[in-house]
Design a protein around this ligand. Structure first.
Ligand SMILES: Nc1nc2c(c(=O)[nH]1)N[C@H]1C(S)=C(S)[C@@H](COP(=O)(O)O)O[C@H]1N2
Ligand SMILES: [Mo]
Length: 306
């Protein structure tokens, strides 16, 4: 066997090889003995039927995922984010979960990223702007954390709030967006087993430019719904105002479900450029997760509720 030179061992080749190995099963069983799995709040809500990649689809490289980013707290210049985000300082960090819950909690980032909570999910990320990537995330299923705080019967929506700190986020000194960046989901969307609080990618702690140390990932929605660098999750009775739907409701609706049939007011959403590819791909309803999530939207007119 010819071994690659150390310089040729990319994080992604190491990660993907290890992932293939883990999928064989034995190693996974050893890492998560049954007792431990059953003991975590985990088990039930996080049982997800995660669709695999399409024929011809591959995860984007670590380099691609960390070099082309949207993070208005730093800049609107996608290739600049990785250079600016070096000052983020994602540790120590705490995430508060409160509002309509019986047991509000302040979680340390290391508790959220604890190995026993972690799942690995390879998801497509589709930006409203027409580009997409495939990202191998690690993180905690959001439903586990929400179940643990015991939502009250008045909890109908979940608000997600990014850190507000102009000392670290230079972009917050300008009013390019109303700060802090805020997003929200209906509680049943938030409890869906596909939703992650991501704390890593390619087996490494989440890079700053991707929203360190913890960000939301909702794979069937446009990228803007997946808020980065979260400090607060609040369960609420009324639909919270969200950043993008406040400034441009006709372009970024509350739902933000990926829908190739509903164009953005200024461009089509029927195709997308996968970062690193030349030929455009067809955009799929719900970004390819329709089988898993379409039932959440029965009765809603997708052309009105975007
Ligand atoms: N706090 C915050 N979260 C954010 C954004 C942002 O500007 N600020 N941009 C969103 C948009 S529009 C997209 S497409 C994704 C991009 O995530 P990525 O840079 O990890 O690919 O992050 C989303 N989350
Ligand atoms: Mo986006």
């Amino acid at each position: 066997m010819i071994l690659p030179a150390p310089s040729e061992i990319t994080p992604e080749s190491v990660y993907l090889a290890r992932r293939r190995f883990l999928r064989q099963g034995a190693a996974l069983a050893a890492a998560f003995p049954l007792g431990l799995r059953a003991a975590t709040a985990a088990a039930d809500c996080a049982q997800a039927d995660v669709p695999g990649l399409l024929p011809g689809e591959r995860p984007n490289s670590f380099e691609e995922i960390t070099s082309y980013n949207n993070f208005y707290e730093y800049s609107t210049e996608k290739t600049a984010i990785k250079h600016l985000a070096v000052n983020l300082n994602p540790r120590p960090w705490q995430l508060r979960i409160e509002g309509e819950v019986a047991k509000p909690v302040t979680l340390d980032i290391d508790a959220i990223a604890a190995p026993a909570r972690q799942v690995e999910r390879i998801y497509r990320l589709r930006c409203v702007e027409g580009w997409s990537m495939v990202i191998p995330w690690q993180g905690a299923p959001l439903c586990e954390l929400l179940s643990a705080v015991q939502p009250t019967s008045r909890a109908k929506y979940v608000r997600f709030v990014t850190l507000h700190d102009p000392e670290r986020f230079y972009g917050q000194r300008r009013s390019s967006l109303p700060w802090p960046y805020t997003e929200a989901l209906r509680i049943d969307e938030a409890m869906h087993p596909l939703v992650l609080l991501a704390t890593g990618l390619y087996g490494k702690p989440l890079p700053n430019q991707n929203g360190a140390p913890v960000r939301l990932v909702v794979p069937w929605k446009y990228g803007y719904k997946s808020s980065k660098s979260l400090v607060l999750i609040r369960l609420e009775e009324k639909q919270p105002p969200t950043t993008w739907s406040q400034i441009a409701p006709s372009e970024y609706g509350f739902y933000g479900n990926v829908n190739p049939e509903v164009p953005h007011p200024r461009w089509t959403q029927s195709r997308e450029v996968r970062i690193g590819e030349l030929k455009k791909r067809e955009t799929l309803p719900f970004n390819g997760y329709a089988e898993q999530v379409a039932h959440l939207y029965r009765g809603l007119d997708p052309t009105k509720h975007t």
